[in-house]
Design a protein. Sequence first.
Length: 275
Amino acid sequence: MTQQPAGGPDRRPTARIVKIGAAILCLGVLLTAAYRMLPQDPDPTEPSTLVLRILAGLAISALTLTALYFLARRETPAPLRSIGLATRQRGWLLALWGMALWLVPAAATFAVLSALGSPLHLTASLADLLPAIGLLLLAVLFTEALPEEAVFRGYVTSSLGGWLRGWWIITTQAALFTLFAGILRQNWHMGDLSLFLAMGIGLGYLRMLSGSIWMPIGFHTAFQTGSQLVHTHHGLDFAGGSGMLMLALGAIPFASAAIVLSTMPTLFVRPRRVE
């Protein structure tokens, strides 16, 4: 691992800890408010439900980025760039690479499982499914991927870079991400917590290797879109068990992305200082 978040030693560790807590609290308040304002027990496949999620997500993302801007502006002249959120076209290219790093191994795994007798069935027409996928992708992007990556793989990771290095940064932000998910969902089941921990570590590793949060944003968006399509939407049905599903959706794509990016980094990003 050759790249680290930029930043020198922090002379006010207490203030930095308070700011990390403020960033996480802000995101938690926004997500909780959105959940309570949205209709309870909606049909997740309904276009109106997805549109409401997108609108809520736009507000969450805008307010989260605004909060991070003000938290970071006294530490750097380029607050959003300091957390890995560059606004140039290269950022969107990294996001597309991140999506591909999930989609290709996930599709290959489902193809192998299908050949072994556990296919993924379409239970709706493509004419109905494709618009739902597009709306769901936008809902996931703005409600989950962008704000969560901006806070945990962005601001928290950048702030921890003042004290820690390498895997200490990755595991610490992943632990905070897991704690955040447990509190937000009020779910302390060890299986679910281990999933969030693994997700935080995997996305943190992509952040450190790419030097940007755009690649984790793309990967996070594709992963959650695929997972929600299979788990909660009427359109896809998997014939295998939950263990095989977790392999196809999570374990193999995360491991594949880490291996590919660590062995061929220049294929995806130009060697440079972390943005």
